[in-house]
Design a protein around this ligand. Structure first.
Ligand SMILES: Cc1ncc(COP(=O)(O)O)c(C=O)c1O
Length: 388
């Protein structure tokens, strides 16, 4: 089986699995308990906090553990809205993941103001528009823009957007769920106030993530309850998942400074060769956002005339796991809002399949996968679009 769906989720690293197991069986205490069993669990949580802080280059007190990317994004957005009743406008892009988009839509449905930033044909936010939005309105609660897109891999210039926000004193949230673990993050030198990450996207367990808040950013709890996470996220900490997140963050930090330096370039070159092989062989196929800076592992290829979900099923039968757009929107026949915002024609969006490679991908795997894709697409085309 060739797994090319790492943007949906990654296989947990064995060391992360071991950390989860050990925490379930050995350090199973409640970190809030002041006895020795609680103390051991607390040490696990605090070690993980240090490991996450190292991954993103922030102070340890900035790390707020959550259940994953979705909760981190929700906490960031609702917290900014709760901070000042006079500032109730969200500025965000048309290509955000549903974890952000649906919060914004919920806010809009309640009568809240929203400024949607359009994107160019490659899915990039126009910096001028950010400047204009912030000069036109004095009621902006926050700007929220993703670091990397889950479907196309397109990377936004978050440093430049952050500088515009800083210049106006507006909080800036970055959804870095598809970036953390794939590229460097140094919050100490970036104008970012809030950053969301999720463990299962970088070889950690599901059910763990973090919202990183700059020291000057006050975070108002969405989940109120106990005083955990310094009152910013109530509820007994999910110690096993947090332990796994910490180990995955540690491995990602080491990978990014070691093997990853060459690994990123090698996988990107292989991904490019994969795209080349397919687009040469399949008439009409095209790489969406192929010409711009993307995460090294992501490839979104449109096969016009074919339905992506049928193609994904047929590919799975041939041992290739891919995705019809974002995993969360699979199963829905509506093309992805992000692709439509980029001006991708409906037919091309319907036939867009995402292939996302892992850190360990090699040329043989990519060539094998490309050949299987070419053969399945050929068969489907000959059957008028039905899976073989
Ligand atoms: C860009 C982005 N943000 C947020 C999320 C949600 O993360 P989680 O699955 O941890 O809730 C995802 C998941 O695919 C994502 O790709």
């Amino acid at each position: 089986m060739i797994y090319l769906d790492h943007n949906a989720t990654t296989p947990p690293d064995r060391a992360a699995v071991e950390a989860v197991r050990e925490t379930l069986t050995v350090e199973w205490g409640n970190p809030s308990s002041i006895h020795s069993v609680g103390e051991r669990a607390r040490m696990v949580v605090e070690r993980a906090r240090d490991q996450v802080a190292t991954l993103v280059g922030c102070q340890r007190g900035s790390v707020i553990f959550t259940s994953g990317g979705t909760e981190s994004c929700h906490l960031a957005l609702w917290s900014c809205l709760a901070s000042d009743p006079r500032r109730q406008r969200i500025v965000t892009s048309r290509v955000e993941h549903s974890a952000v988009r649906e919060v914004v839509r919920a806010h809009e449905a309640r009568g809240g103001a929203v400024e949607w930033l359009e994107v160019d044909r490659c899915g990039r936010v126009d910096l001028e528009q950010v400047t204009t939005a912030l000069s036109r309105h004095d009621d902006v609660a926050l700007v929220s823009v993703q670091w990397a897109n889950s479907e196309t891999g397109v990377i936004q210039d978050v440093a430049a957007i952050g500088r515009i926000c800083r210049g106006r004193g507006i909080p800036f949230h970055v959804d870095a769920v598809q970036w953390a673990g794939k590229g460097a993050v140094d919050l100490g030198s970036l104008p970012i106030d809030l950053l969301s990450i999720s463990a299962h996207k970088f070889y950690g367990p599901k059910g763990a993530g973090a919202l990183i808040a700059a020291p000057s950013t006050v975070v108002r709890a969405l989940l109120v309850g106990g005083p955990q996470e310094r009152g910013r996220r109530g509820g007994t900490e999910a110690v096993p998942a947090i332990a796994g997140l910490g180990v995955a963050a540690d491995l990602a930090s080491k990978w990014l400074c070691g093997e990853g330096v060459r690994g990123v370039l090698a996988v990107a070159a292989m991904r490019d060769a994969f795209e080349d092989r397919i687009t040469r062989a399949v008439a009409g196929s095209l790489v969406i956002a192929g010409g711009v800076t993307r995460t090294f592992n992501t490839s979104l290829i449109s096969f016009p005339g074919l339905e992506a979900s049928a193609l994904v099923v047929a590919l799975s039968r041939r041992g290739v796991c891919a995705s019809a757009g974002a995993a969360c929107s699979s199963g829905s026949l509506e093309p992805s809002p992000a692709l439509l915002a980029m001006g991708v024609a409906r037919e091309a969006a319907h036939g867009a399949v995402r292939f996302s490679f892992g850190r360990a991908a090699d040329e043989a795997l990519a060539n094998d996968a490309a050949d299987r894709v070419i053969s399945v697409v050929g068969k489907m085309a000959s059957l008028g679009g039905s899976p073989p």
